[in-house]
Write a protein that binds this ligand. Structure first.
Ligand code: XMP
Length: 333
């Protein structure tokens, strides 16, 4: 527990120099902890796991085995980026698992958000454990735990109730009894990003907006279908592209599309066209406990609407969610 408390004397890592000193310190600590043993890491491609991966590659090179589970609920291009950056550029020991069918088959006809989260979390562990069992000589499990995660578990241990379960990865099965390696567990998110930059990770990865563990699964509202999930992924990619182009990408905390399981009547090429609405959500917050709405310029909204309705099969309307948190939560589910 003591190791889980950030000492008052620890300086805020806000420069590349401080980040480099932190990296050097952790490289030594990791080498000392794991010796010549293998370390396993679930690499989602998010900031935290990517920074841990890059740090461990520096410390122990090919002793690190990264497993990337594509649950079929990633945003457009994300799994490809993990393979490109880690598999190719950094020449990591990377195991890529396309588990799309496993996840989507289990999720078919499941509409309840908490059940969806539980299924995704449980299946993630099973897929990861299956891969871990195939590997030999692994004694350590690296995790991208950061300081807010530790503070959150303290809060939960004190009996404070969470609004949503927010589980990503729970405990592994008992036969996989790994010792943990958690090199960034005393860092706050902004510090993790500086360390990521110092490690030379692409800015796109380091400054990636937060993305929930259950991924697009909680944005394809209600029971997930492959066609609606596909429409969601494409519409979300257009939103991100337009935010990149107009400079909102670096400014807005979190922005995405959600698609409800309803259709409305519309018209396309002079014919009746029943389609789903795509809902734009763009919020700013400090700690995700409350959030305000980003005022997207009307011209940008128009452009996004025109592109999504023209380019994405199955969508005939675009809506803009103006609800702050509270009363809305950031995600719709
Ligand atoms: P809400 O919707 O609760 O979201 O206002 C607050 C922040 O948490 C993210 N979120 C999740 N993150 N697993 C996660 O890792 C989840 O199940 C989950 N649900 C919501 C959400 O994207 C926002 O940043």
């Amino acid at each position: 527990m003591e190791n889980n408390v950030r000492p008052d004397s620890m300086a805020r890592i806000d420069s590349i120099e401080l980040a480099n000193a932190f990296i050097a310190e952790q490289v030594e600590a990791v080498r000392k902890q794991v010796g010549n043993k293998k370390v396993l890491l679930a690499l989602s491609g998010g900031v935290d796991s990517s920074v841990v991966a890059a740090l461990l590659i520096k410390a122990i090179g090919k002793q690190l085995v990264c497993v990337h589970v594509n649950h079929g609920l990633m945003r457009k291009g994300e799994s490809e980026q993990v393979v490109e950056v880690f598999g190719k550029e950094l020449d990591t020991n990377l195991v890529y698992v396309d588990a799309t069918d496993r996840f989507l088959n289990l999720l078919a006809n499941v509409a309840d958000p908490e059940r969806k989260r539980k299924i995704i979390g449980k299946e993630f562990i099973e897929v990861f454990a299956d891969e871990a069992r195939k590997l030999e000589g692994v004694e350590y499990l690296a995790q991208g735990t950061i300081y807010p995660d530790i503070l959150e578990s303290i809060k939960q241990a004190e009996g404070k109730k969470a609004v949503k379960s927010h589980h990503n990865v729970g405990g592994l099965p008992e036969d996989l009894n790994f010792e943990l390696v958690e090199p960034i567990k005393l860092l706050f998110k902004d510090e993790v990003r500086v360390v990521g930059e110092a490690l030379g990770l692409p800015r796109k990865m380091v400054y990636r907006q937060p993305f929930p563990g259950p991924g697009l699964g909680v944005r394809c509202l209600g029971a997930i279908t492959r066609d609606r999930l596909h429409a969601l992924r494409e519409a979300d990619a257009i939103l991100r592209d337009e935010f990149d182009k107009c400079g909102l990408a670096g400014k807005v905390w979190q922005y995405f599309i959600a698609i409800p399981d309803i259709k409305s009547v519309g018209v396309k090429d002079d014919s009746r066209y029943e389609g789903w609405p795509a809902i734009i959500r763009a919020v700013n917050t400090k700690d995700a406990m409350t959030a305000t709405i980003e005022e997207i310029p009307y011209a940008v909204l128009n452009k996004i609407t025109a592109r999504i309705t023209a380019e994405v099969e199955g969508i005939n309307r675009v809506l803009y969610d103006l609800t702050p948190k509270p009363t809305g939560t950031i995600e719709w589910e």
